[in-house]
Design a binder for this molecule. Structure first.
Ligand code: MEV
Length: 429
């Protein structure tokens, strides 16, 4: 019987890169070629880049880290995160460890329903036009589905219509929402093709004029919902739980804070969205428009204290991501990251990303409600300087600690400490 896989890897951050890669290879069953790709700093070759966008002159690499400890819906994940900001991967791993103590994160995503908008104008009787569109729903859905027989065969395709009359600065408009199940794709291509295809028919039956035919990034029919319980003792007591709840209440009451609160969530969400070759602008647009759906900008998560005094966190947000189409199957690193995650569907990927967003938020709020975030940043910075100065193994943390204690995080000081420690000399207070 094979050994159960675990993402709980104590001290992963202290290991040399080769050792981390070895562990990852074993966890995700990566081939030697895939390992070579990981090691290659410029894994995206120019030929592939040219297929992806126009006017290519080069590529733009980001660091790729692996967040450990994630237990989501009872399954262990090592999570690839592409991000330029220090501390994010460490924070996600730390929070995942805290959540693990409470049984891990539960995450559920809805079906992959995306919205295509068709903007009808120049109708004298907008409500009459609305009814005509609804009366011809079957024909409209058929025209839409004729565009993508493969998606329909997979069980997806245009499923329903919603029609609204809105009152704009230039008069009433009849807005049709084509609801399309895009299955494992992000869906923009499928939805936009369908929206363009049904437009002439809508014009014909209403006598109006269609202008825009495009996907809506407010993907409020494609949501992910994540939940965790963190035992109070793991967090450092009920006072920390209270601090986190108070931090959330601040965000709930103040859009200035809510923006930063949500930015912390998006640190985790975007890093995985980018690593898997997905459209992070679409995800960002969806997240923030959803946060403002009641006319006031709100946090995407809620933090509460349960009857045992433990922390309960929940997150709900739109998440339009795919595992087929776009860069997900073209970018070699995106393909590799999907393999590392081992996700089988876009729904599963959304569940992982939602869980990462919740954990990232927890990490930030815990730090903010206790020691502040600078200490963590300084620690990482000091560790980097210690490694640059030649520290290895246990020495890394020791040198970093001494530099922080002295308030002197400098290369020359790190070298001096290493020399003294090697000679067994004391370091002045
Ligand atoms: C920094 O990238 C993210 C935080 O500002 C998030 C937050 O304040 O909740 C730490």
């Amino acid at each position: 019987m094979s050994k159960a896989k675990t993402s709980r890897i104590p001290g992963f951050y202290n290991l040399p890169i080769e050792e981390r890669v070895r562990i990852l290879k074993e966890f995700a069953g990566l081939t030697d070629e895939e390992i070579e790709l990981l090691k290659k700093v410029g894994a995206l070759d120019l030929k592939t880049a040219e297929i992806m966008i126009e006017n290519v002159v080069g590529t733009f690499p980001l660091p790729l880290g692996i967040a450990t400890n994630f237990l989501i819906n009872g399954k262990d994940y090592l999570v690839p995160m592409a991000i330029e900001e220090t501390s994010v991967v460490a924070a996600a791993s730390h929070a995942a460890k805290l959540c693990r103590a409470g049984g891990g994160i539960t995450s559920t995503a809805t079906e992959s329903i995306m919205i295509g908008q068709i903007q009808l104008t120049k109708v004298r009787d907008p409500y009459g036009a609305k009814m005509k569109i609804i009366e011809h729903k079957d024909e409209i859905l058929k025209i839409a589905n004729d565009q993508d027989p493969i998606l329909v065969k997979l069980g997806g395709g245009a499923k329903d219509l919603e029609v609204r009359v809105i009152h704009s600065a230039v008069g009433p408009m009849v807005i049709t929402h084509l609801l399309v199940d895009v299955k494992d794709a992000m869906g923009a291509n499928a939805v936009n093709t369908m929206a363009e295809a049904v437009a002439p028919y809508i014009e014909k039956i209403t006598g109006g004029r269609v202008y825009l035919r495009i996907i809506s990034n407010l993907a409020d029919k494609r949501l992910v919902r994540a939940r965790c319980i963190v035992p109070k003792d793991v967090l450092g007591g009920e006072e920390v739980v209270d601090g986190i709840v108070i931090a959330w209440a601040f965000a709930d009451a103040d859009p200035y804070r809510a923006a930063t609160h949500n930015k912390g969530i998006m640190n985790g969400v975007d890093a995985v969205v980018i690593a898997t070759g997905n459209d992070w602008r679409a995800v960002e647009a969806g997240a923030h428009s959803y946060a403002a759906r009641w006319g006031v900008y709100k946090p995407l998560s809620v933090w509460e204290k349960n009857e045992n005094g433990d922390l309960v966190g929940t997150l709900e947000m739109p998440l339009a991501i795919g595992i087929v189409g776009g860069a997900t199957k073209v970018h070699p690193m995106a393909k590799l990251c999907l393999k590392i995650l081992g996700v089988k569907t876009a729904k599963e990927l959304a569940e992982v990303i939602g869980a990462v967003g919740l954990a990232q938020n927890l990490a930030a709020l815990r730090a903010l409600a206790t020691e502040g975030i600078q200490r963590g940043h300084m620690k990482l910075h000091a560790r980097n300087i210690a490694v640059m100065a030649g520290a290895t193994g246990d020495l890394v943390d020791k040198v970093a600690e001494i530099m922080i204690k002295h308030g002197k995080i400098r290369f020359d000081f790190a070298q001096e400490i290493i020399e003294k420690l090697k000679r067994g000399e004391p370091i002045e207070e």
